[in-house]
Design a protein around this ligand. Sequence first.
Ligand code: MN
Length: 499
Amino acid sequence: MLVYGSETIDMNSDIPKAIWGFNGTERPGAVYLAAALAGHTMKGLPAFGIYGNDVQDSGDQSIPEDISEKILRFVRAGLSVSLMKGKSYLSMGSVSMGIAGSIVREDFFQEYLGMRNEYVDMSEFNRRLNEEIFDKEEFKKALEWTKKNCKEGKDLNPAPKSRKQKDKEWDTVIKMTLIARDLMVGNPKLKKLGFGEESLGHNAILSGFQGQRQWTDHMPNGDFLEAILCSSFDWNGIRPPYLVATENDAMNGVPMLFGYLLTNTAQMFSDIRTYWSPEAIKRVTKMKPEGLASNGVIHLINSGASALDFSGRQTIKKESCIKPFWEITGKDASACLKATKWPPADTGYFRGGGFSSQFDTKGTMPVTISRVNLVKGLGPVLQLAEGWTVELPEKMNKILTDRTNPTWPTTWFAPILTGRGPFTNVYSVMANWGANHSASSYGHIGADLITLASILRIPVCMHNVAEEKVFRPSSWNAFGMDKEGSDYRACQTYGALYK
Ligand code: MN
């Protein structure tokens, strides 16, 4: 029998590993697989084991369904790990309103994600605005496109500003969008304009904009910047989304990054604002919530900025969906733009004005909300909930959004309940959420998030993924029989991937 497990294994601890052991009897891949995994486990190099359920003939070149599911799950997670490595998180501004997630923890980014942290003060936006450090030709193009495609919403402020002032704010928010993008990824045009250093950008795969309150008390808010950059299209056409976390909440930016790398689709940043029980909905609207909303819903709403992709206006066979940018059609993009209004920002929150993005998510889409929390004494933990977007009856939706903030984008979320623990009911999902924000990703991607988290050694504290879908390195089995306990013990034993 040929084995040689420990003589052939990959010993680089930074590179995620998986082995497919062919299930045959003439050439038993299971023997090599088991030997190599034992070697990896003994040496502290976690590896995923893949073994088919059914015996195949030795000449069979096909990849059975159960095998391909595991290979693809591993590859999506492994590629995500490698794509974020060496990139940066760019803080534009500092801590917003004492939100803990925007107190950026460098050790986490460095040791768990292999990323660096870079920072610019929001005064850099003022410098670039005042000294016109942006591509003026692109600004002209962007302004024309915005006038044509971004419809200003109703001004609900008690003292509306003049048309002239609003037009000035439109100019500013468009320039801020160019500036934020250039800060993240650079722009060769700036070099031609004499700004060599500025043209380089910060190699940022992810960023956050503080906004509130030092910037927004004085200047137009970042809603247009965040909503457009996070969307899969702008004046340059259909393109990959950028990832910008509201309020510089880096710990909500991280699950946006995970979701994006796993799906290639736009991500939505939201407040986990309100749990609406069926009883409370009935009391307030005199209507009984039905269907997916019958157990109550969670109100996902951001203070003015969400990727337009989440308006639910992209379609496949008339069903709402969110596509990777290369599948988005011109029709999809214009439907999202048409569904979005840009009301002047609520000056109660944003004295400096600006324009919020407003839409109501249409259709029933599979989504996964997630969040990374830092726990003193434990480290980072990931939590996630798979569920559905819910379209409430128009009248019910209006009553509920009017009493919250009608200038902001609304998504109603119904988590999938299991009847156990945090997934006992909708209330318990809300009650077990570890922070005020969540990242939404299209699709039921909980299993992919769990696999990714295991490679990064981030334990998962809350999920509603079926146990048979949970796929982690084989050595996790040695840490006990319950999957949650073994995950914590394995992550603690191995520690951060880049420590
Ligand atoms: Mn918020």
